[in-house]
Design a protein around this ligand. Structure first.
Ligand code: GLC
Length: 613
């Protein structure tokens, strides 16, 4: 993969590109020819960061690369086809070897699994599907030994309908303190038969369900922004706030390094719960569209009455204090689909959360103009409150970027893709763009998130049989929206084992595509040019060059389709078009695709360094 860009052999392009001063950049190690498995031998040490090299060496989260583990699809130790905590423990070495700084685990708490664990029935215990609290401790200890921080998910907007709080609320009379934990309202119409308002669930269908009283008569309605099985908690109730402080402390006491906060833009609803009709082409969580992320005009668009209400900030200021009482730099990261970015920045003011997912970046089309714009906007918005920008391309709720970036039809977040979707991607184009997009992302200053399997180049599983689908979106829209199962398929570890090594029995809760053997981890380790090695090399160089703590300086003049910038001693050049361009001088330290000589093909990104002599 590594080669010299023959800058001197061809006329130098007209670019504003200063000579990189001073230092020689260490290159990533060549993959070892005979690499043992598991691939721990290539784990790179944490950089020796001192006060002289960076301003705030202690604040690990400002530059961290955080790897999302979706527990049910990561590694299954007991053979039931659902991943679990001991499975994670067994495979943690691979993540240390990959070179990430932290892991974030999607929920593993007690849950009836109606929304894959985002329907929590006990926030302070582990679901037997995933193991026990002791298994969590073992997993966390091993992660910490390997130098990996551990972030867990917290789901405060709603609980499961199987949570004791809700069961008690149903068994208690209208107006009781138990009912007051959730958002119960009388219906409209003569007999209360009409829902209290017109809100729709994120997963499709109405956001209200009417209960039946113990005597069999129809009762009040309760709000659920998601599935019927996920009643929204009433965050105006101090009792609810107290419970969650205790839940945070429960996990902080056990040593977690922070929380990814689920639906962090949804906990407070507008007074009076007014009717609202969302735009037909919007993403299911609100926010996240490139166009609306840019704060072009003075007037901030009004948020829907259930998203991004000002009242949420008080909650995070409170949580900030809870975390601050602990040593060891514990962090909060907001899952908040909020636009424009200048508004999202309010979630990460100094006394609130530490990070917020940059979904505007995730939704940015693969064009240079859009990417430059969103990068500028992101850095400016987060800088304005002293927070790092984050970058993310995939997670368990969106079409994997190895497919999404080659879609040829609109596909709002949450809709998913399946056999009958319009504009299905060309797999090769998708992978090439995904690799280029990742190489661009990992060159940016700030913190980045990587979703399990993207380091293998996994595409969305498009051809899942209907009967295997499990996302509530699929059921609540009667199959009109495929939903998110396609990005949640268990990941392949070993090409030749049943279930690609995901589970000892070969079982898998969602069927794995037949053609994933070449994408398996063991088929890529040490293989020059593989997606896994690209990630590993990028993460190694990112760490070596402290890119996460760097600053971005644009380079112009390389062409309309090019995104180019310097971050410290590394120059990142991404060609998002189809026409090859000429590279500036420099040594190619990283390339997302085949680069020969000084010509950078379309859909390819390189990192250049300049030798000291
Ligand atoms: C978040 C989660 C998603 C879940 C929803 C409801 O968006 O990422 O998976 O379905 O919240 O908890």
């Amino acid at each position: 993969m590594r080669s010299e860009a023959a800058g001197s052999a061809s006329p130098e392009p007209a670019v504003s590109f200063d000579t990189v001063a001073g230092m020689t950049i260490a290159s990533a190690p060549e993959p070892e020819a005979t690499l043992d498995r598991p691939d721990t031998s290539v784990a790179s040490p944490r950089p020796d960061v001192t006060d002289e090299t960076i301003e705030s060496p202690g604040e690990w989260w400002r530059s961290a690369v955080i790897y999302q583990i979706y527990p049910r699809s990561f590694a299954d130790s007991d053979g039931d086809g659902i991943g679990d905590l001991p499975g994670i423990t067994d495979r943690l070495d691979h993540l240390a070897a990959l070179g990430v700084d932290a892991i974030w685990l999607s929920p593993f708490y007690t849950s009836p699994q109606k929304d894959a664990g985002y329907d929590v029935a006990d926030y302070c215990d582990v679901d037997p599907l995933f193991g026990t609290l002791a298994d969590f401790e073992i997993m966390q200890n091993k992660a910490h030994e390997l130098g990996l921080r551990v972030i867990v998910d917290i789901v405060p907007n709603h609980s499961s309908d199987q949570h004791a709080w809700f069961i008690e609320a149903l068994a208690s009379p209208e107006g009781s303190p138990e009912r007051g934990r959730y958002i119960f309202r009388d219906g409209k119409g003569e007999n209360g038969e009409i829902a209290p308002n017109n809100w729709e669930s994120v997963f499709g269908g109405p956001a209200w369900t009417r209960i039946t009283n113990e005597d069999g008569t129809p009762g009040q309605w309760y709000l659920h922004l998601f599935d019927t099985s996920q009643p929204d908690l009433d965050w105006t109730n101090p009792w609810v706030r107290e419970q969650f402080r205790d839940i945070l402390r429960f996990w902080l006491d056990r040593g977690v390094d922070g929380f990814r906060v689920d639906v962090a833009h949804g906990m407070i609803k507008a007074d009076g719960l007014p009717d609202y009709t969302p735009p037909a082409d919007g993403g299911s969580m609100g926010g996240g569209s490139f166009e609306q992320s840019i704060s072009d005009n003075e007037d901030e668009p009004e948020s829907p009455p259930y998203w991004a209400q000002d009242g949420v900030h008080e909650i995070y200021r409170d949580w900030h204090e809870v975390l601050a009482a602990y040593d060891g730099e514990r962090v909060l990261c907001a899952e908040a689909w909020v636009e424009p970015l200048s508004k999202l920045a309010r979630w990460v003011r100094p006394d609130e959360m530490h990070q917020a997912f940059n979904f505007s970046y995730l939704e940015t089309p693969w064009t240079a103009t859009a990417l430059r714009r969103i990068i500028d906007e992101s850095i400016a918005a987060f800088d304005s409150v002293g927070a790092p920008s984050t970058w993310v391309l995939s997670n368990h709720d969106v079409v994997r970027h190895a497919s999404r970036l080659a879609l040829t039809a609109e596909n709002p977040q949450g809709a998913g893709i399946g056999p009958n979707s319009a504009g299905l991607p060309d797999a090769a184009v998708g992978l090439q763009r995904a690799r280029a997009a990742t190489a661009l992302m990992l060159g940016l200053p700030g913190s980045a998130y990587v979703y399990q399997g993207e380091e293998l180049g996994l595409p969305e599983a498009i051809h899942l049989p209907d009967e295997s689908r499990q996302d509530p979106t699929w059921f609540r829209t009667n199959g009109e929206r495929y939903g998110r199962d396609g990005c949640r398929v268990p990941i392949p570890w070993e090409a030749d084992k049943p279930g690609y090594g995901f589970s000892p029995t070969g079982e898998s809760w969602l069927p794995q595509p037949d053609d994933w053997a070449p994408l398996s981890r063991d088929a890529q380790v040490g293989v020059e040019g593989s997606t896994l090695e690209l990630y590993r090399e990028a993460l190694f160089l990112r760490r070596e060059n402290l890119l996460g703590f760097g600053t971005l300086e644009w380079i112009t003049g390389l062409g309309e389709a090019v995104v180019a910038f310097r971050n410290g001693d590394v120059t990142v050049v991404a060609n998002t078009g189809s026409v090859p361009i000429e590279l500036p001088t420099g040594t190619i330290a990283l390339a997302s695709g085949d680069v020969s000589g000084s010509i950078l093909p379309g859909d390819t990104t390189v990192w250049l360094t300049t030798d000291a002599h």
